[in-house]
Each structure stands twice: as C-alpha cells, then as structure tokens.
Design a protein around this ligand. Sequence first.
Ligand SMILES: Nc1ncnc2c1ncn2[C@@H]1O[C@H](COP(=O)(O)OP(=O)(O)O)[C@@H](O)[C@H]1O
Ligand SMILES: [Mg+2]
Length: 257
Amino acid sequence: MTHLVLDQVSIHYDGQPAPAVERVSIDIAKDDFVVLVGRSGCGKTSLLNVAAGLVEPVRGRATIGGRPITAPGSDRAVVFQNDALFPWLTARENVAFALRLRGVRAAERARTADNLLALVKLDRAGDKRIWELSGGMRQRVGLARALGAEPQFLLLDEPLGALDALTRERMQTTLLDLWTASQVGVLMVTHGIEEALVLATHIIVLAPGPGRVVRSFEAGFSRRYAAGEAIRSIKADPAFAAARGELTDAIFEGEGA
Ligand SMILES: Nc1ncnc2c1ncn2[C@@H]1O[C@H](COP(=O)(O)OP(=O)(O)O)[C@@H](O)[C@H]1O
Ligand SMILES: [Mg+2]
C-alpha cells in the first residue's frame, strides 16, 4: 500500500531566527485519516505544505510511495479553508475543469463531474453557479474538484473552518463518506477537538516553539462510522467523552492554564 511519509522533517523559513518545525514524523497509509491539531503557529500548515511539495524541509525527508516529494503532483490534492472556485462557472463546470486538466475527454467530463458531485452529496446543484451556493456547498464543490484529479492523498487545511456549526457537522459525515468511497488517504488540519475525534484514525498533537509532536493517538471512531455505526451513537459513547478530555489536555498541556 502507498504511504505518504514525513520522516524527521524540520522546517526553517529563510530569515527566521528559529525553525518553525523540528523533527516531525508522520506516516499516512492510503486508508488512514490523519488529523493534525495544535495551537496556532505550531506548524500544521507548514507540514501540510511539505506534503504538498510547496515547502522544502531543511532536514528530514518527505516521500510518497518511497519517492521524494519535490513538487506538487496529481497524486496529492490540496483543499484550503477558502478555496478559490470560478464563481462564474457552474458547480459541474468547476469540477469538469479539473478533469480537463487531467486530460479526460469532453464527452466524459460532465458525467464524471456529476458522479463526483453525487459523492459529496451535491447531486442536484450541478447547474448552479458558484455565487448561488452556500459556503458549505462551495466546500463540497472544492472537494469534488480535488477528487477529480484522482489523487491518492487529500491534504486538507481547515477545510470546514469557515462554516457554521450545523453545516460543519454535516460536512464531517460527507468527508467520512467520501474517504470510504474513494479510498484516499487523508491528512487534515483542524482546530476542532470533536471534529478530530470524529474523523481521524490517527491524531497528532503538535505544540509550538518550535513545532513538534507532543502526543500521537490512535482513534477508532471514524472506522466505526465506516463500519455502519451512526455518528450520534458514536458521540454518545462514554469513550468519546473520555477521548475528548484526553485530547483537550494534550493540546493545552504545559500552558499552565
Ligand atoms: N512563509 C513563511 N515565512 C516565514 N515564516 C513562516 C511562513 N509560514 C509560516 N511561518 C511561521 O512558521 C510557524 C508555523 O506556522 P504555520 O505552519 O502557519 O502554523 P499553523 O498552521 O499551525 O498555525 C509560525 O511561527 C509562522 O509565523
Ligand atoms: Mg495553519
């Protein structure tokens, strides 16, 4: 199975007195959903950018399938919090555009785009222009477009951060559904403690100054959802509340709070 691996990665931006990230290792298999959490400035976005091939580590290695990551590639798709879609195009056209870049024939693009929109539960919005869609629907189009590249890994930087609480909760199950249906490995950054627990198979807690791993958890709740259990029943499990307490402590440990 293909793995995306950051091995002992250190990041030091030009002109900065200290490294932003020191010796962080992350291993994502193609059926993993790895979530990075931690306070602002602990290097989450920087690490995602290394995986994307946008930032080069000063020490350590980033590889995909054993090959060094040196640039962005179609094997990895990135979705940011406020991702740019083409507002004057329809949802279908936005997704089809990504398919065109991949060389999919014109005749197939619309059908494939509709399948991808169905995967993110936007079956009936294909003809809507982006400016007509809500924030949550736009993020769904962004995800469908990212999947259009048929990536092996999805790299998500707080993709649900700008959404209201209810939309955000619905998007969490959408993310889990497409993770199971499309068999991509996911590396996602979030500020949400509950969100991390709902989505992750592994949670990595980072602390700043310099960015480093302070805890690494296995989390089984998303696999339970994938196996058919309802989100509500998972969240009602006392084990979920216990994990939330443990994760909160890990994030704020050493803060003296
Ligand atoms: N392009 C950059 N140039 C210089 N410093 C940066 C750059 N990007 C991030 N940093 C610094 O690196 C540290 C980690 O930032 P970042 O990866 O954005 O953390 P997070 O996403 O966890 O908030 C911060 O101190 C930030 O100011
Ligand atoms: Mg960030």
